[in-house]
Design a binder for this molecule. Structure first.
Ligand code: ZN
Length: 209
């Protein structure tokens, strides 16, 4: 829900006076960034304490689990997203190729370090709904994770000086720097404008430590 509300709050605050064709998100990766930033709060001890009201004693018991769980989630997801990216790139380069089933499992083995079931030759790739209904979308989750980490770092270090989710200033900042301008800026320029630098994966890497 937090993830989808992230998309919703972005859409809700796009300046309604913009020309029709600009009255939309800057890019799929920027709306995913907001959704991922909001969604990640479910395993953020500070958010669970301040917003949900989980007692500190209970949080202490699960704090390490939450932090490591969040890191593991991001690492596992990145490798999975790479499977999707490489698979789709090969698929669209040659949609008629007949070895898609084994291409899928080759990538799963190489990138996710999982072994294919012995003797299996089925279109398992087709079970991933994005291939059919949201093609060439998945890399935006990777970009979204990178943007989210950079944006949160900027918000908390330079704008609010504390958790962004406790700050009305953070809300106003997001409104002005990210949501409001709609599709006036390319995503690269939106990242530069909102964080003061071009996309820099270091911030995401730091969330894994
Ligand atoms: Zn999303």
């Amino acid at each position: 829900m937090l993830h989808e509300f992230g998309h919703a709050v972005y859409d809700k605050h796009i300046n309604p006076k913009l020309p029709y064709f600009l009255r939309t998100i800057s890019h799929i990766s920027t709306t995913e960034a907001i959704a991922l930033m909001m969604g990640s709060l479910v395993d953020d001890p500070a958010w669970l304490s301040a917003v949900v009201g989980v007692p500190e004693a209970e949080l202490d018991e699960i704090r390490e689990h939450l932090l490591w769980g969040g890191r593991a989630d991001r690492l596992v997801f990145m490798r999975w997203a790479l499977v999707m990216f490489h698979f789709e790139r090969e698929l669209y380069a040659d949609p008629e190729r007949e070895d898609l089933n084994s291409l899928w499992w080759d990538l799963v083995e190489r990138l996710q370090l999982l072994n294919r079931p012995l003797g299996r030759d089925e279109p398992d790739w087709a079970a991933k709904i994005h291939v059919a209904v949201a093609p060439v979308y998945y890399h935006n989750y990777v970009l979204g994770h990178l943007i989210a980490a950079q944006l949160r770092h900027h918000l908390e270090e330079r704008v609010t000086g504390g958790p962004f989710f406790m700050s009305e200033v953070a809300g106003r900042y997001l409104l002005e720097a990210v949501f409001g301008p709609g599709a006036r800026n390319k995503w690269e320029d939106l990242v530069l404008g909102a964080t003061g630098e071009r996309l820099n994966p270091d911030y995401f890497v730091k969330t894994l430590r």
